[in-house]
Design a protein around this ligand. Sequence first.
Ligand code: SAM
Length: 326
Amino acid sequence: SPIIHLKKLNNWVHPIIFCKSIRPYYPFDKIEMSVLFGTTWQATMLTLHCGQIKSVLIQLYARPGDCVLDLACGKGGDLIKWDKAKVGYYVGVDIAEGSIKDCMTRYNGDTDQQRRKKFGFPARLICADCYEARLDEHLCEDAPFDICSCQFALHYSWSTEARARQALANVSALLRPGGIFIGTMPDANVIIKRLRETDGMEFGNSVYLINFGEEYAEKKFPASRPFGIKYKFHLEDAVDCPEWVVPFHLFKLLAEEYDLELVLMKNFHEFVHEYLQKPEFAELMRRLGALGDGRQDQSTLSQDEWEVAYLYLAFVLRKRGQPPSQ
Ligand code: SAM
């Protein structure tokens, strides 16, 4: 029978939820929902084709049977990608209760037809602030994880140093030695360069707008104060919320303090061009509109959308240490 569980975090328990799994016959069924930290905050997922970059990252770094931790999992938009990678177990955590509910629905399926198409792995969903809570205290039964993913969300931890550290501490504590941390986030180098090229404090195109407050009118960002550098990000029909600059060289140094070593960092444009060379990803990349071969379909990005892709980077870190022998 499904495990229904309400856990406690930071001594603040919300009297919410749990959902009965509607997959009672799955042999390893383990779907559990703990609401640990209530909030009304909610961001909408990017509607761009950036999902294909996540697909490539997952295909490159996940292995069959892996135990996956998806931090800031949102509505579970990556569940299918993990299924394709044949992972063995999935834990998704997000601060937005509504997104966790949607993720639960997506996992269980909300039509008879979907219900028959079960995901090939048991899952557990948790509503919590990944950058405040000590997740290791609550996920000790599930850890260690082989791979951790944080897609389009790690920059929300850079509002303060304490939150940025807690995010990395959580990842480090929950990954096994040699485990992989993959993610995508805004590319601060591109954003600051664009800001300095513009006359005012905002820039963008028909798809997005980034607006820095007048407090940054000098457009200087001292290395001694790398946290809490806020801008407003508007993405047409998708996102309208404050975000924080993550200077990547400092992120790399901070991650090293938590035994996480950089394996790869690429701006989305570079990432697309690099993987264009690989035949197995050609179809995905063609849909990103980067082939430049004149083929167009509805899923090809416009020039303005392609410019938005330039605002992002993908990263891969590895937890120090030798993986346990098989
Ligand atoms: N990772 C998902 C994806 O790629 O489809 C969702 C990305 S969405 C742009 C950002 C997500 O970060 C939202 O679901 C939001 O609720 C979540 N988020 C923001 N701050 C968070 C926090 N402190 N703890 C957990 N999740 C957070």
